[in-house]
Design a protein around this ligand. Structure first.
Ligand SMILES: NC(=O)c1ccc[n+]([C@@H]2O[C@H](COP(=O)([O-])OP(=O)(O)OC[C@H]3O[C@@H](n4cnc5c(N)ncnc54)[C@H](OP(=O)(O)O)[C@@H]3O)[C@@H](O)[C@H]2O)c1
Length: 314
């Protein structure tokens, strides 16, 4: 098969390209915005283009059977939802024209019955735009991805390790089902080999459901050996929390604000059809955190080289 990975320079995309090359015989094309700055992990066809610029990226879709859509525009200022809408529309039109059979889109977990944050609502909008096209779309909805280089996990890690005492909003009690980057890559590869997953929307998660409080505490214990004191108070608005996260962490505010807006929504798997269909052993949260921090989960030793590309350890 000819497989296209968009977002190939990103946290998920980089690992997916590496795994496609190592574990499959498919021909891999990547779409990147700056080909000169891209260091391919092996034999891939590199196409330079920007999905916000119609006319400039379509060559990446030539002869492609399956495309992974791993793009989001939350890292720049302004209206990210409008940019993500435009990007998805451009990509969908180009995929239709190129006759792409399947698209795999990595989206966000969260119940449609809840009032979704702007971030999660935007993920849903991208799902609708892509599924309205001619290609069969497989949607994989995930909560926080735990790994070195994940912006959402970086917020958890830096809050957990930089603050011995935290005055937190009530969202600290919201349940979340984080997932290890290894599991994400395994699911992305698994759906490629299962044609019956085309046209389906799945929820995927790791082995544990935790509150944000538990995630912060466990991450702090693994990283520093200490438990932070966490005091939830009713008065912190999402805007104030985002401001506070912006002060404590180095995640850019353009990214931190929409991510923090999403933490009031429970993000837990309620439909485990994909876990029952394919053979992916869910990674426990503590193991995922250790790997993300470059700690061997078995021996506890700090690894000299990170297990994943894009080292981001404290
Ligand atoms: N990380 C998580 O915890 C998490 C959780 C659930 C779902 N997801 C979803 O997973 C997907 C991938 O996330 P990620 O964490 O890997 O994101 P990321 O590291 O921020 O990567 C985003 C990628 O999108 C590319 N991109 C942005 N705008 C583009 C444009 N106009 N044209 C072409 N490429 C563009 C970026 O390229 P440049 O290098 O050129 O900027 C980068 O490669 C997203 O849809 C995200 O919503 C992530």
């Amino acid at each position: 098969m000819n497989v296209l990975v968009t977002g190939a320079t990103g946290f998920v995309g980089r690992r997916l390209v590496t795994a496609l090359l190592a574990e499959t015989a498919h021909d891999v094309t990547v779409l990147v915005r700056d080909a000169d700055a891209y260091d391919p992990p092996g034999d891939v066809t590199v196409v330079e283009g920007d999905v916000l610029e119609p006319g400039g990226f379509e060559a990446s879709l030539e002869s492609v059977d399956v495309a992974y859509y791993l793009i989001h525009a939350m890292d720049a200022s302004g209206d990210f939802a409008a940019r993500d809408r435009r990007a998805a529309r451009n990509f969908s039109l180009a995929a239709n024209a190129a006759g792409v059979e399947r698209i795999v889109y990595l989206s966000g977990l969260g119940s449609d019955a809840d009032e979704l944050s702007s971030h999660l609502a935007s993920r849903r909008e991208v799902e609708s735009i892509l599924t309205a096209g001619a290609a069969d779309v497989t949607v994989l909805r995930a909560a926080i991805i735990v790994g070195d280089g994940s912006a959402s996990f970086r917020m958890i890690r830096q809050l957990a390790t930089r603050l011995p005492v935290m005055i937190t909003p009530q969202w600290i009690k919201t349940p979340c089902q984080p997932i290890a980057i290894d599991d994400i890559v395994a699911y992305c590869l698994a759906v490629l080999e299962r044609p019956e997953t085309a046209g389906e929307t799945y929820e995927i998660g790791g082995a544990d459901v935790l509150t944000y409080r538990e995630m912060l505490t466990e991450t702090a214990e693994i990283a520093t050996g200490r438990r932070p004191l966490i005091v939830p108070v009713p008065i912190l608005s999402p805007r104030l929390s985002a401001y506070w996260v912006g002060l404590v962490t180095d995640v850019p505010k353009e990214l931190a604000y929409p991510l923090i807006g999403g933490v009031r929504n429970p993000v837990v798997v309620t439909d485990d059809r994909l876990a029952r269909l394919v053979d992916v052993e869910p990674t426990p949260f503590d193991v995922a955190v250790r790997r993300a921090l470059g700690i061997d989960p078995e021996s506890g030793a700090h690894l000299e080289t990170p297990t994943q590309p894009g080292q981001d350890a404290e």
